[in-house]
Design a protein around this ligand. Sequence first.
Ligand code: SF4
Length: 303
Amino acid sequence: MDYEGQICRPPVERSSFMLPVAVGCSYNRCRFCTLFKHLSYRLLPLDKIESELERVRNLGGNPKQVFLGDGNAFAMDTERLLRILAMVQQFFPDCTMVNLDATVLDVSRKTDEELRQLAAVGLRRLYLGIESGLPDVLVFMEKDHRLEEAEREIDRLQKAGLVYCAHFMTGIAGRGRGEENAEQLAAFFNRTRPERVINFSLFLNRKAPLFENILNGTFQPADEVENLMEAYRLIELIETDLHYDGFHDALSFRIWGRLPRDRDKLLWRLNEKIDEYSKKETCYAFDVHVESVIDYNAHLTGS
Ligand code: SF4
């Protein structure tokens, strides 16, 4: 099956079979996101999904884990999702779990009974884009949830037997607010107990609406050292048992481990990077020509 869009999957799902069931994101409004801005959201026809499953089965495929794409496959109605889960079981009898991305709003639109039905037929991990622990940042970034809504929906899905994992972004609160964001986010994770958290540290594409905010001065980005320090503070404060995976793409740096077990090791590695980059020229995670970044540095320092 041809894939439309940019593949962005949690690392633990890289060994899962990726089955597209929709194109794009039904929400598509987050200010930092460019993954699906060029696509109109649509569901893929069930016969096309079935043909893909048959094709893979006929090639000898029988994956243990399946990931349903794309941006928020959980947005589709429950009846359709149940049909897809039944097809997965039919073609891949050894499949033990089906996972997908979801928004808080998507969860809120399903009843407790629907969540239980989905869990009973193999749906397992829901990856929610929590992104920030600060209410004003969620509003500014046009996320589809508020923290209290996220907490309520996470509680419902956990009670139904589903597993919650969280995406977040160091740097999302902007310059000077990394520590504050880390503290609130750690408190949120300690309360909601995700199985794993994935930090795709903010990396801005010039086509993202947020880039306009940077150019007009309504959002001041944190530099990469501040983003590393934010990750450091968060890891210091997480008390619940979870798997941490952090990507700082601008620095080609990834850090992962189990918390709180591996806390010292993770903090040591972060400290090393903070030391290293504190001695270098200030670096921002922008997908722009280097002159623009230099201009931005000049703008910040008033030179
Ligand atoms: S919900 Fe996810 S995929 Fe959709 S716009 Fe927001 S960040 Fe992008």
